[in-house]
Design a protein around this ligand. Structure first.
Ligand code: C2E
Ligand code: CA
Ligand code: CA
Ligand code: CA
Length: 280
């Protein structure tokens, strides 16, 4: 399994039938991942649909395990949350992503916004998360308005009062907030009106069958209209084809992200992609 492109932990050590033991092994390895420098970020472009310019990137976490290969965040983030490792890993992500954004400024890229995924667990310690973000901004010198935190509806509803407090702190700081996977959780007009939110991200499950499925088209169009009428920007994720893009354009969707432009790339390849695409 060592040379396979992307393994899942369950493919590995198939002799381990005990699920609990697998998770324990995974969390033990994950504990070492930061000090061993096995974690890295890939970056995926976010593009304006009106003129195609590059607006920002989303940082997506990767774990390059020496034996198991590349492990998907969908697999190890839940383990990191359960084992209390998510705070340290999340702090590393924020620090690393802010440093990267400033490094690209110095290489002459346009001033990109940096989107970072936040886990539910990180929001349970609001003061710690706020301190982490403040420290990363100060150390890197990244202007707060270029940092965007992606949060989910599930995270919002776990404790709406706490979420509101934290989002107001971020708003005061100048950091922006996007609702990730919008429409797949407990979408509520109440929180959309009440919380300081800047952007809605149309979930890729609605983008996937945009061409063939009229219901998905209706949902995507409704999200776009709702977002705009509340003064929010709207981005579609998981855009893979020109046909999907065309439909999203008719909905006045502001931005797109997906394989149509690029897969998430390591920092060095991202620069090469930028120069190749924009001739700069
Ligand atoms: P997400 O935030 O919804 O990220 C979008 C996922 O869709 C990413 O998967 C991305 O690689 C993938 N994707 C992008 N464009 C396309 C496309 O055109 N088609 C398809 N089919 N997929 C596309 P990835 O990188 O495996 O990340 C999975 C999830 O792991 C993320 O979902 C996010 O919830 C979580 N995650 C990733 N990085 C972090 C992190 O630093 N912290 C936390 N807490 N969670 C993270
Ligand atoms: Ca995301
Ligand atoms: Ca998403
Ligand atoms: Ca998702």
């Amino acid at each position: 399994a060592k040379d396979a492109g992307r393994n899942t932990f369950l493919d590995f050590v198939p002799e381990m039938n005990d699920m609990a033991l697998k998770r324990l092994t995974l969390s033990n390895e994950l504990r070492q991942a930061l000090p061993r420098r096995e974690l890295l970020l890939h970056y995926q472009p976010q593009v304006a649909l009106d003129d195609g310019r590059l607006i920002g990137v989303e940082a997506l976490l990767r774990w390059q395990h020496p034996e198991w290969g590349m492990i998907s965040p969908a697999e190890f983030i839940p383990v990191a949350e359960e084992s209390g490792l998510i705070e340290a890993i999340g702090a590393w992500v924020i620090e690393e992503a802010c440093q990267q954004a400033v490094a690209w400024d110095q290489l002459g890229l346009p001033e990109l916004s940096m989107s970072i995924n936040c886990s539910t667990r990180q929001f349970l310690e609001p003061q710690a998360l706020l301190d982490t973000v403040r420290t990363a901004l100060r150390r890197s010198g990244l202007p707060p308005a270029r940092l965007e935190l992606e949060i989910t509806e599930t995270l919002i509803v776990q404790d709406i009062a706490k979420t509101q407090w934290l989002l107001e702190q971020f708003r005061a700081l100048g950091v922006r907030i996007a609702i990730d996977d919008f429409g797949t959780g407990y979408s509520s007009l109440y929180y959309l009106k009440r919380l300081p939110i800047d952007k809605l991200k149309i979930d890729q499950s609605f983008v996937r069958d945009l061409v063939a499925n009229p219901d998905d088209r209706t949902i995507a169009a409704t999200v776009a209209t709702l977002g705009h009428s509340l003064g929010l920007r709207v981005i579609a994720e998981g855009v893979e084809t020109a046909e999907q893009l065309q439909i999203l354009e008719t909905m006045q969707c502001d931005e797109g992200q997906g394989y149509l432009w690029s897969r998430p790339l390591p920092a060095g390849q991202f620069i090469a992609w930028y120069r190749g695409t924009y001739g700069a």
